[in-house]
Ligand binder design. Structure first.
Ligand code: AMP
Length: 642
C-alpha cells in the first residue's frame, strides 16, 4: 500500500451553496484544511467590478450589502440550468440572470456576465490554493461533492467547474453519501441502516444507506446507498426569503416577486442578511429583536418569536419530510438505526424535532454539520488514491434514465436508485416503413412523458437499409460509470450500423466550450485579480510618491546624501511602475511593483522622521490656528494595496 506521503493527494471539496470547504485524509485521518487566516469555511460568494473579479469568499460575503449588484451568491442554484428554468426559479438576489450561450442561465454582476460554473471554478480554485498552501505541494485531483439529487446536467456543470479550476474531479460524491462515509469510519461501522438528512442553504437531500462492517475479506466496510431523494431548490435560503418578505410587508414595501422593488438594492441585501441572522439567532433563543433602518425614513422595530419563524418555515420542513418518506419507501421501509444530520439548516430545533418524530430515532449530532461532507469527500479521496482501503462505496442513480419512444412516452432503461456502475440494454424498432435513420432522445426523470423529464442528449443512428416498420432491431445500451456519467450506444443488429454518445447534457457545456473557457476563464480570473491589484497599487503608490516627494523637497537639505540618493532612486523606480501601469498594464509585474513600493516605504522612514521633526519645530514658532491646518495637510494614512 503506498504511503500517504508518496501519493499525490486527492483532496475532498464540499462545494456548497452558501459556503465551501476543503479537506484531506492521510494516515492520521481526515481533517479540514484552513485558509490563510485560519478560516475553514469559504463563503461561496464572488464580487465583480468593471467586469473583473474583485473579491472571492469572505470579503465578497461581508460586503455583499455594500455592493449588492456586484455580488454573486448561491451560484450553485443555477448550475447546469437553462435560462428558462432559472427565470422560473427567480433570483431572489440583486444580481441579474441573463440568457447565456445556447439557452444556458448566465449570471450578471459588476459588469461581468458569467456562467454559474465559472463562479464555482473561482471557489474551487481558491480552495485548491488553500490546500496547496497547507500541504506544501501542488494539488490536481479532487473528490467534489454534489447534492444527491443533482441530475446529469448539474453534475456535468460541477465537473466542468473543477476543470476550469485546474482540478480533475476524480469522483463526484453525493453529499449525504460523503457524510455517511465520514460518520461510518468515525464509528467503525457496525452493520447499521442509517438515514442522512442534509438540509443546507440551497438544497435538500436525504439518503438511506446500509453500512456493512468490515468482514476481513479485504474490501473494508461497505456503504450501500439504498435510496436517495431530494430537491435541488429547497434550502435555508427559502426560509430567509420568506422572513425577508414578511418584514418588507410590515414595512409597507412588500410584494411577492419584485420583493421590495421600492427599496434601494443595498437596503434590500442588508434586510436579507438581517432575515438570515434573525433565523439563526432563533435556533438558540426563543425570540429575537429586529431593528433595521431601511433608509428613506423607514425603520422596522419589533421582535420575532421562534414560533413565528417556525410557522414560516413549516411548509419547507414539511416538504423535506415528504421526501424522506419517499426515500424510506424506496429503500423498502427498513428499520433505521441512526439518523445523521448534515447542513446548517439542521441547527433549527424544529427540524431536529420533526426529523426525530418521522424516523423514530433521535438524530445523531456528534459530527459538525458544517464539516462532515468535506471530511467524507476527503475519505473518498483517500480510498480512491489507495491511501486507505477500509471502505467501499456503492452509490446509486438518483433519477431514472430512459429513451423517448413513439408518442413522446419514456422507456426507462435504468430505474432510480440502481447501484452504480450500472448497465442496461433494450431493443427498439422503427414505426414507419423504409426509415433510414432513428433519432434517439435520452432523458432523465421519473415522469412518464419525455416532455416532463430532463432532456440529456439527442443523437441519430443513420444509414439504415430501408426495411418495413418493426423489422429493424435497434439495440440501445446505457452504461453509467462510478461517477454517474452516462454513455449511450445504439446499434442496428441486421445492418451493423452503430452510433454512440457520451452524454453531454442539453444544458451542460460542449467539450469545445470547456476547452475555451478553461483557456480563458481561469487565466482571465487570475488576470482580473492581477489587474485589479495593479490598479490599486498604482493609486496608492501615486499618493505615496506625491507625499514622499513633497516631504523630501522640504527636508532634502538636512538629510544624509546617501539617504537622499536612495529615496530618489526608489521614487524613480516606483514612478516607472506607475507610468507603465498607464501605458502597458499587461507588462507590469504586480509582485515587483509591490516590492518596489514597500522598498520606497522603508527607504523613506528617515524622510518621515525629518519631516515630523521639521513640522514640530515649525509648530513651536507659529500661531495656534495655522498649526492645525499644517498638521492636516501633512497627514499621511497608511493604505493597503491589495
Ligand atoms: P450549508 O449549505 O450547509 O452551508 O447551510 C447553510 C444554511 O444553514 C444557510 O441557509 C444558513 O442560514 C443555515 N444556518 C446556519 N446556521 C444556522 C442556525 N444556527 N440555525 C438555522 N439555520 C442555520
Amino acid at each position: 500500500m503506498p504511503s500517504a506521503e508518496s501519493q499525490e493527494p486527492i483532496i475532498g471539496i464540499d462545494l456548497g451553496t452558501t459556503h465551501s470547504l476543503v479537506a484531506v485524509c492521510d494516515g492520521a485521518g481526515p481533517r479540514v484544511l484552513e485558509g490563510p487566516s485560519g478560516e475553514r469555511l469559504l463563503p461561496s460568494v464572488i464580487r465583480y467590478s468593471q467586469g473583473l473579479v474583485s473579491a472571492v469568499g469572505s470579503d465578497a460575503r461581508r460586503r455583499a450589502a455594500e455592493f449588492p449588484r456586484d455580488t454573486i451568491l448561491s451560484a450553485k442554484r443555477w448550475m447546469g440550468r437553462s435560462f428558462a428554468e432559472a427565470q422560473a426559479l427567480g433570483s431572489g438576489f440583486e444580481f441579474g440572470i441573463v440568457e447565456g450561450p445556447r439557452g444556458l442561465a448566465a449570471l450578471h454582476a459588476g459588469g461581468a456576465t458569467v456562467l454559474p460554473q465559472e463562479v464555482a471554478a473561482l471557489i474551487l480554485a481558491e480552495l485548491r490554493s488553500w490546500a496547496e498552501r497547507s500541504l506544501g505541494r501542488s494539488v490536481r485531483k479532487a473528490v467534489v461533492t454534489v447534492p444527491a439529487y443533482f441530475d446529469d446536467g448539474q453534475r456535468q456543470a460541477t465537473r466542468d467547474a473543477a476543470r476550469l479550476a485546474g482540478l480533475e474531479a476524480v469522483r463526484l460524491v453525493p453529499e449525504p453519501t460523503a457524510a455517511a462515509l465520514a460518520y461510518g469510519l468515525g464509528r467503525r461501522a457496525q452493520g447499521e441502516t442509517i438515514a442522512v438528512y442534509d438540509f443546507g442553504g440551497g438544497t435538500f437531500d436525504v439518503s438511506v444507506l446500509e453500512v456493512t462492517p468490515d468482514d476481513g475479506s479485504g474490501t473494508g466496510a461497505m456503504f450501500r446507498v439504498l435510496a436517495t431523494s431530494g430537491d435541488t431548490q429547497l434550502g435555508g435560503d427559502d426560509i430567509d426569503r420568506m422572513v425577508f418578505e414578511r418584514l418588507l410587508g410590515e414595512a409597507g414595501l412588500g410584494s411577492s416577486n419584485l420583493a421590495g422593488a421600492g427599496l434601494a438594492p443595498a437596503a434590500r441585501q442588508a434586510l436579507r442578511d438581517f432575515a438570515e441572522s434573525t433565523k439563526i439567532a432563533l435556533s438558540s433563543k426563543e425570540s429575537a429583536a429586529v431593528d433595521v433602518d431601511l433608509g428613506g425614513g423607514v425603520r422596522l422595530t419589533r421582535s420575532v418569536a421562534r414560533s413565528e419563524l417556525e410557522e414560516i418555515a413549516r411548509p419547507f420542513v414539511e416538504r423535506t419530510l415528504e421526501l424522506c418518506r419517499r426515500a424510506l419507501q424506496d429503500a423498502g421501509s427498513p428499520h433505521l438505526d441512526r439518523v445523521v444530520l448534515v447542513g446548517g439548516s439542521t441547527r433549527m430545533p424544529m427540524v431536529r424535532h420533526e426529523v426525530a418524530r418521522l424516523f423514530g430515532v433521535e438524530p445523531y449530532t456528534a459530527l459538525d454539520p458544517d464539516l462532515v461532507v468535506a471530511l467524507g469527500a476527503a475519505v473518498q479521496g483517500a480510498l480512491l488514491g489507495g491511501v486507505r482501503r477500509d471502505a467501499l462505496l456503492l452509490d446509486v442513480i438518483p433519477l431514472s434514465l430512459g429513451i423517448e419512444t413513439v408518442g413522446g412516452a419514456v422507456a426507462k432503461l435504468l430505474m432510480r436508485n440502481s447501484s452504480i456502475p450500472a448497465q442496461a440494454r433494450e431493443m427498439f424498432s422503427t414505426s414507419v416503413d423504409n426509415q433510414t435513420a432513428v433519432r434517439l432522445h435520452v432523458v432523465q426523470g421519473e415522469r412518464e412523458m419525455a416532455a416532463d423529464c430532463r432532456s440529456l442528449a439527442r443523437f441519430e443512428l443513420r444509414n439504415l437499409p430501408p426495411m418495413p416498420a418493426g423489422i429493424p432491431q435497434v439495440e440501445v445500451d446505457f452504461t453509467v460509470d462510478a461517477n454517474g456519467v452516462l454513455q449511450v450506444r445504439a446499434a442496428e443488429r441486421r445492418s451493423g450500423q452503430r452510433a454512440s454518445v457520451q452524454v453531454v447534457p442539453t444544458y451542460g457545456l460542449t467539450t469545445e466550450e470547456v476547452d475555451r473557457m478553461e483557456r480563458e476563464s481561469l487565466t482571465h480570473a487570475r488576470e482580473d485579480m492581477r489587474r485589479h491589484r495593479i490598479v490599486d497599487l498604482a493609486v496608492n503608490a501615486a499618493l505615496d510618491v506625491k507625499w514622499i516627494g513633497d516631504a523630501l523637497e522640504r527636508v532634502r537639505e538636512g538629510l544624509d546624501a546617501a539617504v537622499v540618493d536612495s529615496v530618489d532612486q526608489e521614487l524613480h523606480r516606483v514612478r516607472g511602475f506607475i507610468a507603465l501601469t498607464k501605458t502597458a498594464p499587461e507588462s507590469v509585474d504586480a509582485n515587483a511593483f509591490h516590492q518596489a513600493k514597500e522598498s520606497l516605504d522603508r527607504a523613506s522612514v528617515p524622510v518621515h522622521e525629518a519631516a515630523i521633526a521639521a513640522s514640530l519645530r515649525a509648530e513651536q514658532s507659529r500661531p495656534q490656528a495655522v498649526q492645525s491646518a499644517q498638521q492636516e495637510s501633512g497627514g499621511h494614512t497608511p493604505r493597503s494595496d491589495s
